[in-house]
Write a protein that binds this ligand. Sequence first.
Ligand SMILES: *[C@@H]1O[C@H](CO)[C@@H](O)[C@H](O)[C@H]1NC(C)=O
Ligand SMILES: *[C@@H]1O[C@H](CO)[C@@H](O)[C@H](O)[C@H]1NC(C)=O
Length: 278
Amino acid sequence: MELKTIKLIFFTVITTIYLLSFFIVPPVIENGDQYLIMFSSFKKKLAEAFFGDPITNTDAYIVSTYYYPKSKSLGENALAMVLLMNRNTMRDITKYKMHLVATNGSGYSVELAPKILKEAYANCAYNNIIVHSTVLLNMNKLEIVDGNTRMEVSFDFHTLSLSDLLQIPFRQPRVTAPAPVILCISPQFVAEQWQIFVTHAHIAHYFGGHLHLYVTSMLESYFNLVKEYEKLGYVTVDYWMRYKFKNKTFDSPEPNSNVEWRNQAGAHTDCLLHYDNL
Ligand SMILES: *[C@@H]1O[C@H](CO)[C@@H](O)[C@H](O)[C@H]1NC(C)=O
Ligand SMILES: *[C@@H]1O[C@H](CO)[C@@H](O)[C@H](O)[C@H]1NC(C)=O
């Protein structure tokens, strides 16, 4: 058979299947509800398999938020957030419009839709996302807006403390570094290998490094040991958030367990933002 004929047959078959399945079969089996239900659920499943479900899975979690009066990599008055977003939020998640309102001491406020960056493609339910934007001078209030709902985030830059109104915690970037080299260690859970920690802490310290260790959970005796090393300036202990839900089987899955490598990438991004200015 000639190539041209094969192409023609192929095209005809595809067109016939398309026309049959979308325009001819449904009216023919109009009175057979069970077939129509089967057919529409098949179409929905097929579309979801390729494009994801854009309507029902839009949840996102803010891991941390930073405001930089001056940042080396993000410029002046910059805002950066580390998030986990459901990968089915949108076909191209970077086109998602998140609305934030930033306000400063003189009551001046701006509404902005920050740039969204996707860290890597992963097959898990949640993806690592970073958003960043230029906000305004001396920002002291940040709200996230979704239609009629406003959620408030606030930080007191005079006392450098979180205010009572806080709903999403802010972090301040470091102004001094404990050592010229920082080693970021992703969240430890049910940790018990204290021998590795001791070796690592001493080697890093010897060569002028400092550990930034995220902790989700660890044996109490090991934790007490780490705290002693923290006093000696070998390590900074940082606590990694585990999200608690009233009804976790129903409300939502624990996002850190539904992202590649239990969100190691999120922790390293957080660590980079934390020491950005140094
Ligand atoms: C608030 O932001 C505006 C616009 O950037 C700026 O002109 C003003 O000085 C800022 N207020 C304070 C208290 O920094
Ligand atoms: C959690 O939600 C499910 C589904 O609605 C319900 O069956 C279950 O009883 C709830 N559990 C609690 C502890 O509220």
